[in-house]
Write a protein that binds this ligand. Structure first.
Ligand code: MSP
Length: 511
């Protein structure tokens, strides 16, 4: 059974910003962790290319929507390559393959008697591609997310009978494991308790979309279309994909990882659509927080985005990964601050982990003939062994519950403890006494072995840094052997050669 994880399918109104990179990096780390734990993984990402927002963006540029989508999709692909995103499927909703899946799905939902023609009136946010519930709460009729003026719509649309699924959706969202974190679950429970209303799934004024097969002049509402991207992504057939084939190849998703802004679509509308089509439901929807800058959501429409490529070229992807994954708890918002970024990278990576690797390897090389010393003798001190074992157990527990920041912090704590252990034992004093050589060899072995485990645990979070640590320890990690088994204490072989240490991470300067 595959583990299926998805990022949202990003709108192609603009190139990726740090918010989209953030969600994708989280999924990337989880996907890497699951693969290392022995799971077959289908990591789905991609782009959402239809709808009024994209149509207008292309019009304003004076190019055909497809040309615009091709250009931005290629930029997304290039970014995912630059950030080394280990995705398995990249879906584009303007593809032929996707269109067939949407049409087949629609015919299933129609067969279930869940489609009817009605009139849709309301205030619409083109940025969110969503009707807003209570525009009267905002006297200026502005979208609270995008700060743009809402547009009044009054048109004939096809509707989906969401209201029929009230009790099934209630049962679903009351399952504690379905929506995480708990605050988000409560928001949805509150929303659903007010009674679900049918929602419109077609548009008459949007030409840039998939034509509804049997209703002239209607295209599918972009969200009805886009959510199905998760299903069409799984299909292997380029030309004749079918829902059954996607179902057999891995559907349902184990986790949809999304920002909190699009939780309703994923935790309410989407499951109801799937129920109508007789398909299995995703097992979990995780709504993470926003990256903010000066307290405001970072977004393309707000014009306050941090250019991820600038961060990438200035600091490297490992530093950005560590900051975003370690410093922000997945459910909460996180403010990006330059000074804090530099401090964290310098303290955690350069001073704590980098320094540990460097100084331990140097001491070992100097005193033990460029090799890992022996640990099989009388000196008995299992402080670091215990600490390391606890670290592994906690790390696995945190990763399995998507607490990536806590998983990162337990690794850091092991590095802090290993540094403290060295400072306490002072092997550089002991080595001066010939009778203490056994003692010193055990101390150094314990620290080197902790360092090896730190390197391995970093693999899903910072693959490149992890590889550098492994090289410093003599390239002992075997990719073709179980990663989990290699986390056991004592796998570092004494007498193996340690190469000349080089700094594994550069210190950053303040601007
Ligand atoms: N196209 C829809 C999703 C369809 S999924 C079938 C969409 N796209 S989006 O590009 O506007 O945003 C997608 C996601 O980007 C958000 O849910 C969130 O995961 C991420 N982020 C966008 N801005 C963000 C921040 N400022 N901070 C963190 N993540 C953000 O909605």
């Amino acid at each position: 059974m595959s583990f299926v994880i998805t990022t949202p399918l990003y709108y192609v109104n603009d190139k990726p910003h740090l918010g989209s990179i953030y969600t994708t990096l989280i999924c990337d780390s989880i996907a890497r962790y699951k693969r290392l734990s022995g799971k077959e993984v289908i990591f789905i990402t991609g782009v959402d290319e239809h709808g009024l927002k994209i149509q207008r963006t292309a019009n304003n540029k004076g190019v055909a929507p497809q040309t615009h989508c091709d250009e931005i999709s290629n930029i997304f692909l290039k970014n995912w390559k630059d950030w080394d995103i280990s995705y398995n499927k990249f879906v584009r909703t303007s593809s032929k393959k996707h269109e067939s899946i949407v049409n087949e799905f629609y015919s299933r939902v129609k067969k279930s008697n869940d489609i009817y023609m009605g009139v849709q009136k309301g205030w619409y946010c083109v940025g969110c591609e969503e009707f807003k519930d209570n525009p009267e709460n905002s006297p200026t009729h502005k979208c609270p997310v995008h700060q743009k003026t809402l547009e009044w719509k009054n048109e004939e649309n096809l509707f989906f009978k969401l209201s029929r699924y009230q009790s099934q959706i209630e049962d679903l969202i009351n399952e504690p494991s379905f929506i995480q974190p708990i605050e988000r679950r409560n928001e949805i429970i509150n929303f659903v308790s007010k009674g679900l209303k049918d929602f419109s799934i077609s548009r008459t004024n949007v030409s840039w979309g998939i034509q509804v097969p049997d209703t002239r002049n209607h295209t599918f509402y972009v969200w009805f279309d886009a959510l199905l991207g998760y299903v069409s992504a799984i299909s292997q057939h380029k030309n004749n994909p079918t829902l059954d084939e996607s179902i057999n190849n891995g559907w349902p998703a184990d986790i949809h990882l999304i920002g909190k802004d699009i939780l309703r679509f994923h935790a309410v509308y989407w499951p109801a659509m799937l129920l109508s089509a007789g398909m299995k439901l995703p097992k979990k929807v995780f709504g993470h927080g926003f990256l903010t800058r000066e307290g405001q959501k970072m977004g393309k429409s707000l014009g306050n985005v941090l250019d991820p490529n600038l961060l990438l070229s200035k600091y490297g992807k490992e530093a950005v990964r560590w900051y975003l994954l370690k410093d922000i708890s997945l459910g909460s918002d996180g403010d990006f601050q330059n000074k804090r970024f530099v401090d964290i990278i310098n303290n955690d990576l350069a001073n704590t982990i980098g320094n540990l690797v460097n100084r331990t390897s140097s001491m070992s090389r100097k005193w033990f003939d460029n090799k890992v010393p022996n640990n099989e003798n009388s000196y008995f001190d299992n402080t670091l062994e215990q600490c390391s074992k606890e670290t592994v157990v906690n790390y696995i527990k945190h990763f399995n519950s998507y607490e990536l920041n806590l998983a990162a912090n337990v690794i850091l704590n092991l590095a802090i403890n290993a540094n403290l252990y060295l400072n306490e034992k002072q092997p550089w004093v002991l080595i001066k006494d010939e009778n203490k050589i056994t003692l010193v060899s055990n101390i150094i072995y314990n620290v080197l072995e902790s360092t090896r485990i730190i390197g391995l645990l970093l693999l899903p979070l910072m693959p490149d840094l992890s590889k550098k640590i492994n090289i410093q320890l003599g390239s002992i990690y075997k990719e073709d052997k179980s990663w989990i088994d290699q986390l056991d204490w004592g796998k570092l072989k004494h007498e193996s050669i340690l190469p000349v240490p080089t700094p594994i991470i550069e210190k950053l300067e303040y601007e």
